[in-house]
Ligand binder design. Structure first.
Ligand code: FUB
Length: 656
């Protein structure tokens, strides 16, 4: 029998970088800022309108912008984003309507060690929007909201530029794009207010000045920044002939213009998302553009999600066009799930579709329609891989095929998608279910490179790819030569296990006793009890983690059928003992080839979940065998003998 020498790996739960960058809620109008070496993201928080709200600002609530609060997120690698929770919500704003759902695009800047969060909201009295300020000692709050909004500002989409000399400027959208110097306190406009009379009647005190030099057409969402000696005023802009928002910009040598219009740097969204809204940030020597798109809400474009791309400036300071990508930025650890449906490049004919059209946050899959079709996913960090790593893919087979994985130009794995039904036999999977398949890596890539998934056969759907190290915490070891006693609680920790075979069980509910009997009648004769791939291990834990054993031996941990035996050596006959088993999922148990216990159905591994009738363990060797079958769950089991009182039986040894 071969012996297990290797150890198994921690499955990483880390979220890999891709667009959209936040995957559990909508994140529109993303303003990114760098504070203390970390990127902070202040988006607005689109939500589906609560059923209690039928109209917002005269619009059908279900189709209009609906936002009740703000979250802040942060990251130090643009890959993993941490949600710091709600920082300001509508019912906390002293001057705001508590149920206006109008917490539109915000901004946050730092000055003199204080953080100033600017946000629009509908005021309690009057029309339109006002802009409020909340202050904090940290980028994540807690924020104290000023009692009144900023005087002289009626509008939305605040943006603040703190210049190199510490002077701050506020830009906002309302009656065009306006800008004004802020006083040192950061909460008041510097300068006179002018009285404006509205065409529909009424007057208002307005501060600042209209920004000059910008093109005609609808503009909003100003984002101003300085790069070298250039000031940039960037803004969503509607080109008459197209009718939805581009991202455009103007440049100036002074913070309030006049501006020299330079054109569009991101074209209209290719599909139905009417708005775009953005920010620029420089982080670790690279400029990035944060913007939004309605990826998670294709039918209602007022539920948007933040995305990010790299930005390049030309020598003369102008901005090169930025194209939205699915992949976004940031490296993804090879040991994290790589959502290859968010690819960097794809061959012709590949298509992506939602995994669940009722819950778009579940993401997408990509269809590779024929032999040779492929997707490439860039910037994979292979450094975390160790020798013995293996590939895991989540696929849905359409026909007999294989997937090839390559890093750069080098092939690193070939994964047959066909289902292995018995040793050496393959069958085409017709279940149309997602399968998790594993295969060893034939080469160990290094450094940062791409990963390419290529279809070698007929069509196949791919959800994700992950490369895994054998877990280090899997500490089951090859069995020792000396007989082993059961542990203090009577659990049998020495087992000889056969490498599992794939067994498609869609739901464990179908694992009834009669199903299991039929299955055993069919599968038992196929087991090669003498020459199969058996491994004898001593489990370090009272339960034997069969799923880890499967991974360790390069087999699929899910949808698997496990066989195992152990040999109990009794110094004398032990009467009236019972076999007590817990298993995840269903299992059948034999003592000296006699069936003694069946745990059917959808089981969890619970100590003494099933108990056999009274048994006699004879003096000398008793052979205990089992088979364990599990669908989508993680298979493990715990086994002991108990006496009439339920106490563990300890007076025997376990031999190989
Ligand atoms: O999110 C609500 C509004 O949509 C923003 O304030 C605008 O810039 C547009 O993105």
């Amino acid at each position: 029998m071969r012996i297990l020498l290797s150890l198994l790996a921690v499955a990483t739960l880390s979220v890999s970088a891709q667009n959209p960058i936040v995957r559990n809620q909508f994140t529109a109008d993303p303003t990114a800022r760098v504070f203390n070496g970390r990127v902070y993201l202040y988006p607005s928080h689109d939500i589906p309108a609560p059923s209690s709200v039928s109209k917002i600002a005269g619009h059908q609530a279900s189709e209009w912008f609906c936002m009740a609060d703000y979250h802040v997120f942060s990251s130090d690698n643009l890959t993993d984003w941490q949600d710091h929770g709600v920082i300001v919500s509508q019912e906390q704003v002293p001057w705001g309507k508590p149920d206006a759902y109008s917490m539109w695009a915000p901004d946050c800047v730092e000055k003199g060690g204080k953080y100033y969060f600017y946000f629009p909201n509908a005021p309690k009295s009057g029309r339109g929007f006002a802009i409020g300020v909340a202050t904090a000692d940290s980028p994540t709050g807690p924020f104290r909201i000023a009692a009144e909004p900023i005087r002289g500002v009626m509008g939305i989409d605040p943006c603040v530029l703190v210049d190199n000399d510490g002077t701050a400027y506020l830009y906002w959208s309302g009656m065009g794009i306006r800008g004004a110097r802020l006083k040192d306190n950061m909460t008041e406009l510097d300068g006179e207010l002018e009285t404006v009379t509205f065409p529909q009647g009424g007057t208002m005190q307005v501060g600042g000045q209209q920004m000059q030099g910008l093109p005609d057409g609808f503009k909003e969402g100003p984002f101003a920044f300085r790069r070298g000696d250039w000031y940039y005023l960037t803004f969503p802009w509607v080109r008459k002939e197209k009718g939805t928002e581009t991202l455009a910009y103007a440049m100036s040598r002074s913070p309030l213009g006049p501006w020299d219009f330079k054109g569009v740097f991101m074209a209209e969204h290719a599909d139905s998302c009417w708005t775009n809204h953005h920010s620029f940030v420089e982080y670790q020597g690279q400029w990035y553009l944060f913007y939004h798109h309605n990826d998670y809400s294709p039918l209602v474009d007022k539920r948007r999600s933040a995305c990010v791309e790299r930005v390049t400036f030309r020598k003369d300071g102008t901005i090169q066009e930025v194209k939205p990508t699915l992949r976004g930025v940031g490296t993804t650890k090879a040991t994290a799930r790589m959502e290859v449906d968010r690819y960097s490049a794809a061959s012709e004919g590949t298509a992506i579709a939602a995994l669940d059209t009722l819950n778009r946050f579940k993401g997408w899959f990509v269809t590779l329609p024929h032999k040779g079709s492929q997707v490439r996913y860039d910037d994979v960090d292979y450094a975390p891989l160790r020798a013995g790593a293996y590939a895991v893919v989540q696929v849905r087979a359409k026909a007999n095929t294989s997937l090839m994985l390559s890093a750069g130009k080098k092939q690193i794995a070939r994964i047959p998608v066909t289902v292995i039904t018995e040793r050496g036999g393959f069958r085409r999977d017709q279940s149309n279910q997602w399968l998790t398949l594993t295969a060893p890596l034939t080469a160990l890539p290094k450094g940062i490179a791409d990963i390419t998934v290529t279809c070698d056969g007929e069509a196949v759907d791919v959800d994700w790819v992950q490369l895994r190290n054998r877990p280090e915490y899997y500490s089951d070891v090859p069995a020792g030569a000396a007989p082993l006693a059961p542990d203090a609680e009577g659990f049998i920790r020495r087992w000889t296990l056969l490498e599992p075979v794939h067994y498609e069980v869609r739901s464990n509910i179908m694992l009834t006793e009669s199903y299991l009997n039929d299955m055993v009648a069919k599968e038992w004769p196929k087991v090669n009890w003498k020459k199969g791939k058996w491994h004898t291990i001593d489990s370090r834990t009272y339960n034997v983690r069969a799923f880890r054993f499967a991974e360790l031996t390069g087999n699929e941990p899910y949808h698997s059928l496990f066989w195992g035996t152990t040999v109990i050596d009794c110094p004398q006959e032990l009467q009236n003992v019972r076999l007590a088993v817990g298993s995840n999922g269903a299992s059948c148990w034999w003592l000296d080839n006699q069936p003694v216990l069946t745990l059917d159905g959808d089981r969890r591994m619970v100590q003494d979940d099933g108990v056999s009738p009274r048994l006699t363990l004879k003096a000398g060797r008793n052979v205990l065998r089992f088979c364990l079958v599990n669908g989508p769950g993680l298979s493990d089991f715990c086994v002991r003998f108990i006496d009439e009182k339920g106490n563990p039986v300890l007076h025997y040894t376990i031999i190989r």
